[in-house]
Design a protein around this ligand. Structure first.
Ligand code: FES
Length: 146
């Protein structure tokens, strides 16, 4: 039994030949695709020491005054003494407002007047506890999230 499939140009082939031709073409495309991918990976040099994961840059160290602090996004960064930087969540521990200023050595919440020292501890209520610490690190002249 030979079933033939007419081709647009008048060429005729039987179904078995047509299926076999299609399978060969699909295999060739797959191999070509794989070899293209492997060529890319083969040309890339292996990286034996992966790059250190970079945190988000929050500020330059020079942006943070000694004996003061700044608010960068949702992070409070203070510098109680020269060269020592601390990070805190900007979420007030009273009812969750965002603290919005650092002045006079205090971190201030605008909602109900809580104030926090530069080490995050409560200076004045109604906040029940210190600001949550936020991991930061100094990377060169930048402060990044750790
Ligand atoms: Fe900050 Fe109330 S939410 S003092």
């Amino acid at each position: 039994m030979t079933d033939t499939t007419p081709a647009p140009d008048g060429f005729r082939m039987d179904r078995r030949t047509a299926l076999a031709t299609t399978a060969v073409a699909a295999t060739a495309l797959t191999v070509a695709g794989c070899s293209s991918t492997s060529d890319k990976s083969a040309s890339a040099a292996p990286n034996p020491t992966p790059a250190k994961k970079q945190g988000n840059v929050l500020a330059n160290t020079s942006d943070v005054p000694v004996g003061g602090g700044i608010i960068s996004g949702d992070t409070v960064i203070t510098q109680p003494v020269a060269g020592t930087f601390d990070g805190f969540s900007s979420t007030c521990t009273h009812l969750g407002c965002k603290v919005n200023t650092v002045e006079g050595g205090l971190i201030k919440c605008p909602c109900h007047g809580s104030t926090f020292n530069l080490d995050g501890t409560v200076a004045g209520g109604p906040a029940p506890r210190a600001l949550d610490p936020r991991a930061i690190r100094v990377d060169g002249d930048q402060i990044v999230s750790a």
